[in-house]
Design a protein around this ligand. Structure first.
Ligand code: PLP
Length: 476
């Protein structure tokens, strides 16, 4: 595709000025000569329809959720209602300055306060912080709270246990928070059992981080026993709640003995993300951990205040208030859905995933054979003998206008294909995806070369991904 500069032609204009009704003056009569440039600026000259087409065409070079199905496991690429955007762009929000006196931003504080309350109600916690800017940032915040809890009790515990079915950010966050992360196995069904935990639980364990549903898309059904066991050693249970879109309305982590939970507002609560876009990773805690939450906290008396007076707080984890614009979107989503709507979304996401699982399980390997929650993991192991890798399958899907599933994750499944349809996709879309997935499984056996050359219909063909990471060149 041509860039704007290449489309430029001298004399073309994308604007029309009204007739001059003041005396005309030359530029050097207004601005001293020495400040004027000698050459024309390299601004493209181009008509309005051409500019519009240029940007519309650019916007569809990449795949995105407004363009097509995006079953990227773990990432919850659900449709983002456009009303979220409308409301988050109201000038009464966008013209606020974060340093304004709290008396003058009562509406913004109220929105955050009410969002905390709604999230607390969905998850079963009384205390929520909206500061963290992403899921992993929520993990770090939660672990710093865990650390502060043990410190206040006058002890140092160094280990965080993490099952092998947890999300990859978990061990990274534990290390970043100053703990040693210890990987423990899940059982043959893909979940953590109290027996396995017992083998690894000692007085040096500060807590356990569990992803639930885990990265295999399976619900951790021993969660209450696991919590009791940990509490018997005064260790804490952290739940990675990025997958709450499989649980809303059905399971409240706060009721099941979980001490700390983070949410991915940009996944579960429908703010657009990906491409490094902004997120929000709210953290929910049990009452016993409330005093450690980040400051300032929003409190409600006769009006809303920012309260810094928490001597045991871990402090601030972000400048100002976090990604306020993302918070508005989640607020709107929650208001529109209501609790019954959230419950329905959960049902739909689980039904959609199980529908795909059932339709595809005979054409791909299914390492953990049980019903899934909102996502599931297949394996492309059986195609290896034809020289076809999971990566080839993923690339071939792009030819049909689908984004590929997550590949090679979780690590406990070889040649993994992790599929999350989300609740917002229709049966027609799922059926089209199934049809192409089955076609690809057949092509893998009969025409492996075709897959290895895919994609053919995309703006760029197969990229050398390692080179892009090591030798980045963004010049044109
Ligand atoms: C996406 C995800 C994370 C990380 O969230 P970010 O917002 O990308 O930092 C953590 N855990 C799970 C289970 C996730 O799906």
């Amino acid at each position: 595709m041509e860039i704007l500069k290449e489309l430029s032609k001298e004399g073309k204009k994308g604007y029309r000025l009204s007739v001059l009704d003041v005396p005309e003056k030359r530029l050097n009569q207004l601005i001293p000569e020495k400040f004027l440039r000698k050459e024309k600026p390299g601004i493209p000259e181009i008509s309005e329809p051409e500019v519009v087409r240029h940007f519309v065409n650019l916007s569809i070079l990449n795949h995105h959720v407004d363009k097509g199905f995006y079953p990227l496991g773990s990432c919850t690429m659900k449709y983002n209602p456009k009303i979220n955007e409308e409301i988050s762009r109201l000038s009464s929000f966008t013209n606020l300055h974060p340093l304004q006196d709290d008396e003058t931003v009562q509406g913004a504080l109220q929105l955050m306060y009410e969002l905390q309350e709604m999230l607390g109600k969905v998850t079963g916690f009384n205390y929520v912080s909206l500061q963290p800017a992403a899921g992993a940032h929520g993990e770090l915040t939660g672990l710093l709270i865990m650390s502060a809890y043990h410190k206040k009790k006058g002890r140092k515990k160094s280990k965080i246990l993490i099952p092998d079915s947890a999300h990859g950010t978990n061990p990274a966050s534990a290390t970043r928070a100053g703990f040693v992360s210890v990987k423990i196995p899940s059982n043959e069904e893909g979940i953590l059992t109290p027996q396995i935990l017992k083998e690894h639980l000692d007085d040096d364990v500060a807590g356990l981080m569990i992803t639930n549903p885990n990265t295999l898309g399976i619900f951790e059904e021993y969660i209450k026993d696991i919590s009791d066991l940990l509490h018997s050693k005064d260790a804490l249970l952290y739940m990675d709640g990025a997958n709450m879109n499989a649980l809303m309305g059905y399971f409240r982590p706060g009721d099941a003995g979980i001490d700390i939970l983070h949410l991915n507002l940009h996944k579960t609560f429908s703010a657009p993300h990906g491409g490094g876009g902004p997120g929000a990773g709210g953290v929910c805690v049990q009452d016993k951990l409330e005093e450690f939450l980040p400051v300032p906290r929003i409190v409600k008396r006769e009006r809303f205040y920012l309260d810094w007076e928490y001597p045991y707080s871990i402090g601030k984890v972000i400048s100002f208030f976090g990604n306020f614009n993302v918070l508005i979107k989640s607020y709107v989503y929650l208001k529109i859905m209501g609790y019954d709507g959230l419950k329905e979304a959960t049902e739909q996401s689980v039904i959609n995933a199980n529908y795909l699982l059932k339709k595809l399980k005979d054409y791909y390997d299914l390492p953990y054979k049980r019903r899934c929650m909102h996502e599931f993991v297949l394996s492309g192991e059986r195609f290896k003998k034809f020289g076809v890798k999971t990566l080839d399958i993923a690339k071939r899907l792009l030819d049909f206008g689908f984004h590929a599933p997550t590949v090679y994750f979780p690590l406990i499944v070889s040649e993994a294909l992790m599929i999350e349809p989300t609740e917002t996709e229709s049966k027609d879309t799922l059926d089209r995806f199934v049809e192409k997935m089955i076609q690809i499984s057949k092509e893998a056996e009969t025409n492996p070369e075709l897959l290895k050359e895919a994609p053919k219909n995309t703006p760029v063909r197969r990229l050398n991904e390692a080179q892009a990471a090591r030798d980045l060149n963004v010049r044109w």
